[in-house]
Design a protein around this ligand. Structure first.
Ligand code: AMP
Length: 187
């Protein structure tokens, strides 16, 4: 059976607080300790690089997907277990999600938002049932969670949208949610 694979969306920068970097590294270590595979955007910058380096150091398999035009900018990490270069951003997201069993959102910027919204909207359309874990380190994603609530409250999404993601306040909580998902995947 293929190894449980976790797609991590996160910033190509480190962000303003050291807790963001610490969490990215803790998540990478957690994936390695659990014997799971990291799927991510194959860059060696910001939180992306941190999660990948710590996952590698903890013995995790790593699967990275990067479009050709970002190989220099995001420093394509060629020493991953699997390093895939795509032609477009769209292909990148598709290949990442296709090869994952669950999604985790760490702190990040517009790119991370774009990626998680695609995973969320595809789940809303019934195109996949992969769990989506919003890792809300230091309340970083509180404004996103408030916006999603507002969208539902104002009638622009069904209340069932709320069932498509889980919120974890710490890497340990996120790992617990992922363990439940991994267990469910084997049943
Ligand atoms: P950011 O959160 O803005 O630092 O971006 C995180 C990652 O998302 C980076 O690797 C970006 O290249 C990537 N990204 C940004 N926009 C897209 C997109 N439309 N499709 C796929 N990846 C993207």
């Amino acid at each position: 059976m293929p190894v449980f694979s976790v797609c991590v969306y996160c910033g190509s920068r480190d962000g303003a607080r050291t807790t963001y970097a610490d969490s990215a590294e803790a998540l990478g270590r957690g994936l390695g300790a659990a014997g799971w595979r990291l799927v991510y955007g194959a860059g060696d910058v910001g939180l992306m690089g941190r999660v990948a380096r710590s996952a590698q150091a903890a013995g995790a398999e790593t699967f990275g997907v990067i479009p050709q035009h970002l190989v220099d900018w995001e420093i394509g990490k060629t020493d991953l277990t699997t390093y895939v270069v795509t032609e477009t951003m769209h292909e990148r997201k598709k290949v990442m999600l296709m090869n994952s069993d669950a999604v985790v959102l760490l702190p990040g910027g517009a790119g991370s938002l774009e990626e998680v919204f695609e995973a969320l909207t595809w789940a809303q359309l019934g195109l996949h049932k992969k769990p989506i874990v919003i890792l809300n380190i230091d309340g970083y994603w509180d404004p996103l969670l408030a916006l999603l609530k507002h969208v539902i409250d104002q009638g622009f999404a069904d209340a069932s949208l709320r069932g498509l993601w889980s919120v974890a306040a710490s890497v340990e909580d996120a790992m617990d949610l992922l363990r439940s998902a991994a267990k469910a995947a084997t049943e």
